[in-house]
Design a protein around this ligand. Structure first.
Ligand code: SF4
Ligand code: SF4
Length: 343
């Protein structure tokens, strides 16, 4: 079984994108060498990582509230895990031991934040599927950041894809993710994880432990109040459907102008960003100046530039939009003049 075979299987099973990274490269380039998230730490026999992407349906980002996207996220993750498992089965059937890694896990022995045994964003970038956005989500040219991804570690030696060197993210002059962030957690090709968690993990682990802490110390009247609170209901719902535990805030995903899904369905409804403030505009300007001046920005240092796209932004989104508009025009003309096309 070669790389093309496995990519066909993944696409036939419903993966929207698929790429391959070599374990050797992943082991040599851990996202943070102090806390190496590498295949080697999971299995020393891994030769390749097959990385699949499932996009989040765009309708979720056209809704009046965040609730639909929270539920759809969970459906996408379940579907993605099933596809990944079927791929690992196909690889094993062909004689290559393979396993699916958990896409949303935290290794508590690592940093005290959501930090898994592997970073799926980095897997995707190493598999040639995209590069970092300003908010350090992976941005794919096809769907921007509106996706989930996971990896299948396999002992099969598969031809790896080349990492992208062109920056997919428009960068500091765009900064729409920064403007939209309700907790102002977007840094310069970095993220304040705790700040983000306030919105994105409303009923996540830290919130749960804080509530239990409060409950233990509360008097009888306060305990009754906590038991009737929206928070407790939120945790119950989180246990039931995972909704609320993570992926709660879709704002930076919704406003990112990368991807034809954005051009087709989001450009109109997401054009105006209500959360934009003068302070955020000043912050973005500071980022732009810092990059121009070659300041010491940790997200852009020699180690991290690999995942941002060392060539910098070369106009990928503008080219993509022009091609998209040309295609729209062609289709409109075809619809108006079907005979001409048939002739
Ligand atoms: S998920 Fe929400 S809170 Fe987190 S960085 Fe994006 S916009 Fe900000
Ligand atoms: S919104 Fe703009 S700056 Fe933010 S990730 Fe997308 S392209 Fe980059």
């Amino acid at each position: 079984m070669n790389a093309e075979d496995i990519k066909k299987i993944a696409k036939d099973l419903g993966a929207d994108l698929v790429g391959i990274a070599s374990a050797e490269t992943l082991n040599a380039h851990p996202p943070d060498p102090k806390w190496p998230q590498t295949p080697d730490r999971i299995s020393p026999y891994t030769k390749s990582a097959v990385v699949i992407v499932c996009r989040i349906p765009v309708a979720a980002f056209r809704c009046k509230t965040n609730i639909p996207v929270q539920y759809i996220d969970m459906l996408v993750l379940r579907r993605m895990d099933r596809i990944a498992y079927r791929i690992s089965e196909a690889l094993e059937a062909a004689g290559h031991p393979s396993l699916v890694t958990a896409a949303q896990e935290t290794d508590w022995n690592y940093k005290k934040a959501s930090y898994g045994r592997l970073s799926t964003r980095h897997l995707g970038i190493e598999a040639g599927l995209g590069t970092f956005g300003l908010e350090v989500n992976i941005l794919t040219p096809e769907f921007g950041p509106r996706l989930y991804l996971t990896g299948i570690l396999t002992e099969a030696e598969l031809e790896p894809d080349e990492i992208m060197t062109e920056q997919v993210c428009i960068g500091e002059s765009c900064s729409r993710c920064l403007y939209s962030c309700p907790s102002d957690a977007v840094l310069h090709f970095g993220i304040d994880k705790r700040g983000c968690a306030v919105e994105a993990q409303e009923f996540g682990y830290m919130t749960a432990t804080a509530m239990f802490d409060k409950f233990v110390d509360a008097d009888a009247e306060k305990k009754k109040e906590i038991l009737r609170s929206r928070d407790l209901f939120g945790f119950w719902q989180g246990l039931l459907r995972v909704v609320g535990s993570f992926g709660d805030c879709p704002r930076c995903l919704a406003v990112c102008p990368v991807g034809n899904d954005y051009h087709a369905y989001l450009a109109d409804v997401q054009k105006v960003i209500p959360e934009k403030t003068e302070a955020k505009v000043a912050k973005a300007k500071g980022f732009k100046q810092a990059r121009k001046d070659g300041d010491d920005v940790s997200g852009l240092n020699e180690w991290n530039r690999r995942w941002v796209g060392p060539e910098g932004y070369q106009g990928m989104v503008a080219r993509q939009m022009q091609a998209f508009k040309a295609e729209q025009k062609r289709r409109a003309e075809e619809a108006e003049n079907p005979e001409k096309e048939d002739a």
